[in-house]
Design a protein around this ligand. Sequence first.
Ligand SMILES: [Zn+2]
Length: 245
Amino acid sequence: MSKFDFVSIDSSTGGNVLANTQLNRYFINMGFRKNSELVEIIDKSMEGSIVFTTGSGRYNLMLVGGVHGNELPSQAALIKLMDKIINDDINLKCKLHIIPFLIPESTMLNSREYCSRDMNRHAHVDGITKKVVDYAVSNNVTALCDCHTTDPDKKPGFASVFCSVRPFIQSMRIAKQICDDTSSRILPISEAGSVLQGAVEDESNLRGIPAVTCEAVSKVGCIDEGSVEFSYNQICSFLNYFGVL
Ligand SMILES: [Zn+2]
Protein backbone atom coordinates (compact mmCIF):
# COMPACT_ATOMS: atom_id res chain seq x y z
CA MET A 1 0.00 0.00 0.00
CA SER A 2 2.28 2.74 -1.21
CA LYS A 3 0.18 5.89 -1.66
CA PHE A 4 -1.60 5.67 1.69
CA ASP A 5 -0.56 5.10 5.26
CA PHE A 6 -3.24 3.75 7.51
CA VAL A 7 -4.23 3.45 11.13
CA SER A 8 -7.15 1.70 12.81
CA ILE A 9 -9.22 3.76 15.22
CA ASP A 10 -11.56 0.90 16.17
CA SER A 11 -11.04 -2.83 15.62
CA SER A 12 -14.57 -3.84 16.64
CA THR A 13 -16.45 -2.26 13.70
CA GLY A 14 -15.04 -4.44 10.92
CA GLY A 15 -17.08 -6.02 8.16
CA ASN A 16 -16.87 -7.15 4.56
CA VAL A 17 -18.18 -4.12 2.70
CA LEU A 18 -18.11 -6.10 -0.56
CA ALA A 19 -20.90 -8.26 0.87
CA ASN A 20 -23.03 -5.19 0.20
CA THR A 21 -24.16 -6.19 -3.28
CA GLN A 22 -25.01 -2.65 -4.38
CA LEU A 23 -21.56 -1.39 -3.48
CA ASN A 24 -19.78 -4.44 -4.88
CA ARG A 25 -21.60 -4.14 -8.20
CA TYR A 26 -20.68 -0.46 -8.45
CA PHE A 27 -17.00 -1.18 -7.72
CA ILE A 28 -16.94 -3.90 -10.39
CA ASN A 29 -18.66 -1.67 -12.95
CA MET A 30 -16.21 1.14 -12.28
CA GLY A 31 -13.21 -1.18 -12.63
CA PHE A 32 -12.08 -0.48 -9.06
CA ARG A 33 -11.59 -4.19 -8.41
CA LYS A 34 -8.73 -4.11 -10.97
CA ASN A 35 -6.78 -1.56 -8.91
CA SER A 36 -4.83 -3.81 -6.53
CA GLU A 37 -3.92 -1.02 -4.12
CA LEU A 38 -7.56 0.02 -3.94
CA VAL A 39 -8.63 -3.60 -3.36
CA GLU A 40 -6.22 -3.74 -0.40
CA ILE A 41 -7.78 -0.56 0.97
CA ILE A 42 -11.31 -1.93 0.61
CA ASP A 43 -10.27 -5.25 2.20
CA LYS A 44 -8.80 -3.40 5.21
CA SER A 45 -12.38 -2.64 6.27
CA MET A 46 -12.54 -6.22 7.58
CA GLU A 47 -10.19 -5.04 10.36
CA GLY A 48 -12.32 -2.15 11.58
CA SER A 49 -12.50 1.62 11.13
CA ILE A 50 -9.41 2.63 9.18
CA VAL A 51 -8.10 6.13 8.53
CA PHE A 52 -6.00 6.38 5.35
CA THR A 53 -3.59 9.28 5.06
CA THR A 54 -1.68 10.66 2.12
CA GLY A 55 0.10 13.78 0.95
CA SER A 56 1.54 16.81 2.70
CA GLY A 57 1.08 20.56 2.68
CA ARG A 58 -0.15 23.56 4.57
CA TYR A 59 -3.60 22.07 5.21
CA ASN A 60 -4.55 18.91 7.02
CA LEU A 61 -8.01 17.92 5.76
CA MET A 62 -10.29 15.06 6.70
CA LEU A 63 -13.05 13.27 4.77
CA VAL A 64 -15.41 10.83 6.45
CA GLY A 65 -17.91 8.43 4.86
CA GLY A 66 -20.16 5.71 6.22
CA VAL A 67 -21.31 7.24 9.50
CA HIS A 68 -24.60 5.84 8.19
CA GLY A 69 -23.74 2.50 6.59
CA ASN A 70 -26.64 2.47 4.13
CA GLU A 71 -25.65 5.78 2.52
CA LEU A 72 -23.61 4.19 -0.23
CA PRO A 73 -22.87 6.93 -2.82
CA SER A 74 -20.81 9.03 -0.39
CA GLN A 75 -18.72 6.01 0.58
CA ALA A 76 -18.25 5.07 -3.08
CA ALA A 77 -17.27 8.68 -3.85
CA LEU A 78 -14.40 8.49 -1.35
CA ILE A 79 -13.20 5.25 -2.97
CA LYS A 80 -13.41 7.01 -6.36
CA LEU A 81 -11.21 9.81 -4.95
CA MET A 82 -8.72 7.26 -3.62
CA ASP A 83 -8.69 5.53 -7.03
CA LYS A 84 -7.79 8.84 -8.67
CA ILE A 85 -5.08 9.56 -6.10
CA ILE A 86 -3.53 6.10 -6.63
CA ASN A 87 -3.63 6.58 -10.42
CA ASP A 88 -2.03 10.04 -10.16
CA ASP A 89 -5.09 11.64 -11.77
CA ILE A 90 -5.07 14.15 -8.92
CA ASN A 91 -2.18 16.27 -7.71
CA LEU A 92 -3.08 16.75 -4.08
CA LYS A 93 -1.45 19.65 -2.23
CA CYS A 94 -2.40 18.85 1.37
CA LYS A 95 -2.26 16.14 3.97
CA LEU A 96 -5.49 14.21 3.58
CA HIS A 97 -7.12 11.83 6.05
CA ILE A 98 -9.82 9.64 4.51
CA ILE A 99 -12.19 7.23 6.23
CA PRO A 100 -14.16 5.67 3.37
CA PHE A 101 -16.07 3.22 5.58
CA LEU A 102 -16.43 4.41 9.15
CA ILE A 103 -18.49 1.40 10.27
CA PRO A 104 -17.79 -1.44 7.82
CA GLU A 105 -20.21 -3.76 9.62
CA SER A 106 -23.08 -1.32 9.01
CA THR A 107 -22.04 -0.86 5.39
CA MET A 108 -21.94 -4.64 4.96
CA LEU A 109 -25.45 -4.92 6.41
CA ASN A 110 -26.70 -1.86 4.49
CA SER A 111 -27.85 -0.44 7.83
CA ARG A 112 -28.22 3.15 8.98
CA GLU A 113 -27.62 2.10 12.59
CA TYR A 114 -24.78 0.40 14.41
CA CYS A 115 -25.64 -1.68 17.49
CA SER A 116 -29.18 -0.23 17.22
CA ARG A 117 -27.85 3.31 17.50
CA ASP A 118 -27.63 6.25 15.11
CA MET A 119 -23.93 6.97 15.57
CA ASN A 120 -24.38 10.52 14.27
CA ARG A 121 -26.06 11.27 17.62
CA HIS A 122 -23.22 9.93 19.74
CA ALA A 123 -20.06 11.84 18.84
CA HIS A 124 -20.33 13.88 22.05
CA VAL A 125 -20.54 10.77 24.24
CA ASP A 126 -18.66 7.67 23.15
CA GLY A 127 -18.21 5.13 20.37
CA ILE A 128 -16.84 5.27 16.88
CA THR A 129 -18.03 8.78 15.98
CA LYS A 130 -16.38 10.24 19.07
CA LYS A 131 -13.20 8.42 18.03
CA VAL A 132 -13.34 10.21 14.66
CA VAL A 133 -13.39 13.60 16.33
CA ASP A 134 -10.74 12.51 18.84
CA TYR A 135 -8.55 11.49 15.90
CA ALA A 136 -9.16 14.79 14.09
CA VAL A 137 -8.28 16.82 17.18
CA SER A 138 -5.13 14.87 18.01
CA ASN A 139 -3.94 15.08 14.38
CA ASN A 140 -4.51 18.86 14.12
CA VAL A 141 -7.00 18.54 11.28
CA THR A 142 -7.71 21.94 9.64
CA ALA A 143 -11.25 21.13 8.51
CA LEU A 144 -13.52 18.11 8.20
CA CYS A 145 -16.13 17.08 5.64
CA ASP A 146 -18.64 14.40 6.70
CA CYS A 147 -20.06 12.83 3.54
CA HIS A 148 -23.65 11.58 3.65
CA THR A 149 -26.48 10.70 1.30
CA THR A 150 -30.14 11.53 1.81
CA ASP A 151 -33.13 9.55 0.60
CA PRO A 152 -35.35 11.77 -1.61
CA ASP A 153 -38.35 10.82 0.56
CA LYS A 154 -36.67 11.56 3.89
CA LYS A 155 -35.11 14.62 5.51
CA PRO A 156 -33.51 16.69 4.13
CA GLY A 157 -34.39 14.93 0.85
CA PHE A 158 -32.42 17.27 -1.42
CA ALA A 159 -28.76 17.94 -2.19
CA SER A 160 -27.52 20.07 0.66
CA VAL A 161 -24.73 21.06 3.02
CA PHE A 162 -25.22 21.46 6.77
CA CYS A 163 -23.06 24.00 8.59
CA SER A 164 -23.07 26.37 11.56
CA VAL A 165 -22.30 30.03 12.07
CA ARG A 166 -20.72 29.60 15.50
CA PRO A 167 -18.17 28.77 16.71
CA PHE A 168 -16.63 28.80 13.21
CA ILE A 169 -17.98 31.06 10.49
CA GLN A 170 -15.61 29.13 8.23
CA SER A 171 -18.03 26.20 8.46
CA MET A 172 -20.61 28.36 6.67
CA ARG A 173 -18.11 29.73 4.17
CA ILE A 174 -17.04 26.23 3.18
CA ALA A 175 -20.68 25.15 2.87
CA LYS A 176 -21.50 28.19 0.73
CA GLN A 177 -18.73 27.37 -1.70
CA ILE A 178 -19.82 23.72 -1.99
CA CYS A 179 -23.42 24.87 -2.58
CA ASP A 180 -22.35 27.38 -5.24
CA ASP A 181 -20.19 24.78 -6.99
CA THR A 182 -22.69 21.90 -6.92
CA SER A 183 -26.16 23.52 -6.79
CA SER A 184 -26.70 22.14 -3.30
CA ARG A 185 -28.80 24.00 -0.74
CA ILE A 186 -27.12 25.46 2.34
CA LEU A 187 -28.62 24.40 5.71
CA PRO A 188 -27.04 26.63 8.35
CA ILE A 189 -27.73 26.68 12.07
CA SER A 190 -26.59 29.48 14.35
CA GLU A 191 -24.70 27.39 16.88
CA ALA A 192 -23.11 23.95 16.43
CA GLY A 193 -24.90 21.37 18.58
CA SER A 194 -27.90 23.60 19.26
CA VAL A 195 -30.40 21.62 17.15
CA LEU A 196 -29.25 18.11 17.94
CA GLN A 197 -26.32 16.61 19.75
CA GLY A 198 -23.65 14.17 18.76
CA ALA A 199 -23.27 14.73 15.01
CA VAL A 200 -19.68 14.41 13.80
CA GLU A 201 -19.98 17.83 12.14
CA ASP A 202 -21.30 19.62 15.24
CA GLU A 203 -18.92 17.95 17.63
CA SER A 204 -16.00 18.68 15.33
CA ASN A 205 -16.96 22.38 15.23
CA LEU A 206 -17.39 22.47 19.01
CA ARG A 207 -13.96 20.90 19.52
CA GLY A 208 -12.09 23.37 17.34
CA ILE A 209 -12.29 21.99 13.79
CA PRO A 210 -14.49 23.75 11.19
CA ALA A 211 -16.74 21.09 9.65
CA VAL A 212 -19.64 20.57 7.24
CA THR A 213 -21.98 17.69 6.39
CA CYS A 214 -22.64 17.10 2.70
CA GLU A 215 -25.77 15.32 1.49
CA ALA A 216 -26.03 13.83 -1.99
CA VAL A 217 -29.39 12.30 -2.99
CA SER A 218 -30.01 8.61 -3.53
CA LYS A 219 -32.60 6.07 -2.45
CA VAL A 220 -31.56 4.62 0.89
CA GLY A 221 -29.35 1.55 0.54
CA CYS A 222 -28.95 2.14 -3.20
CA ILE A 223 -26.62 3.89 -5.62
CA ASP A 224 -28.87 5.97 -7.88
CA GLU A 225 -27.48 7.05 -11.23
CA GLY A 226 -25.22 10.10 -10.91
CA SER A 227 -25.29 10.07 -7.09
CA VAL A 228 -21.65 9.03 -6.62
CA GLU A 229 -20.53 11.72 -9.07
CA PHE A 230 -22.61 14.28 -7.20
CA SER A 231 -21.11 13.32 -3.85
CA TYR A 232 -17.65 13.29 -5.45
CA ASN A 233 -18.19 16.83 -6.77
CA GLN A 234 -19.18 18.01 -3.28
CA ILE A 235 -15.97 16.48 -1.91
CA CYS A 236 -13.85 18.09 -4.64
CA SER A 237 -15.48 21.43 -3.89
CA PHE A 238 -14.57 21.06 -0.20
CA LEU A 239 -10.95 20.40 -1.23
CA ASN A 240 -11.06 23.27 -3.73
CA TYR A 241 -12.09 25.67 -0.98
CA PHE A 242 -8.59 25.13 0.39
CA GLY A 243 -7.01 25.20 -3.07
CA VAL A 244 -5.46 21.76 -2.69
CA LEU A 245 -6.67 20.06 -5.87
ZN1 LIG B 1 -26.44 10.26 6.95
